[in-house]
Design a protein around this ligand. Sequence first.
Ligand SMILES: [Zn+2]
Length: 141
Amino acid sequence: MNQFTTKVLLWYSMMYGCFKTLPNKEKKALERWETFNGCTSDWPGWEKYIGKRPAPPPCVKIKTAFVSSHLKLLIFKRDGYKCVWCSSAVDLVPDHIVPSSRGGPTTIDNLRTLCAKCNNSKGRRLDSEMKKGGARELEGR
Ligand SMILES: [Zn+2]
């Protein structure tokens, strides 16, 4: 993980924490902004709470596909705010079913809720490459 990735991940985790404490008025403003601009996490309002999202240094390509706060919430809500593998409700993260490193899109159909623990044990493997758990999901496609 390079310095930039670390910085961005930190920013995203701040954004995530910040979202929970946003006054309703600001949440509405964020929602409106995302409706018009797409879910890019670049809402100007973040600036006054947590600063601007770190800009990538020139010629560094971002490989990790980031999931916007809005999309995250949609996925968490759909999955009942728990890990789809172990049902834990702690440290939830959005997970690409087909990893973005393998060309999986950042769409609601290719995302699901995992806890950090399950997500770490998964890494970049596909479900069908896992020894246990979750393999059913990809069968029959
Ligand atoms: Zn889990």
